[in-house]
Design a protein around this ligand. Structure first.
Ligand SMILES: [Zn+2]
Length: 68
């Protein structure tokens, strides 16, 4: 499972959209469109699947583990 990430258009920072997907699911998903409340600049960004990528870093897993 990975976290769908986008880049904040105002600050250029990578931000999580809060959506989690399997890699196979992300690769085969139809073009979709969503909004995210940006934790970096505080604005709402609209984004398309083409702008997003899947983050499966260990940092995310460690954060999940820390919650258990
Ligand atoms: Zn932003």
């Amino acid at each position: 499972m990975g976290l769908v990430m986008i880049r904040c258009p105002r600050t250029g920072q990578e931000i999580p959209t809060g959506i989690e997907m399997e890699r196979e699911q992300f690769g085969s998903a139809p073009v979709f469109f969503a909004r995210v409340d940006c934790p970096v600049c505080g604005r709402q960004h609209e984004w398309f699947a083409g702008d997003a990528w899947l983050c499966e870093s260990t940092a995310v897993r460690e954060a999940d583990a820390a919650l258990l």
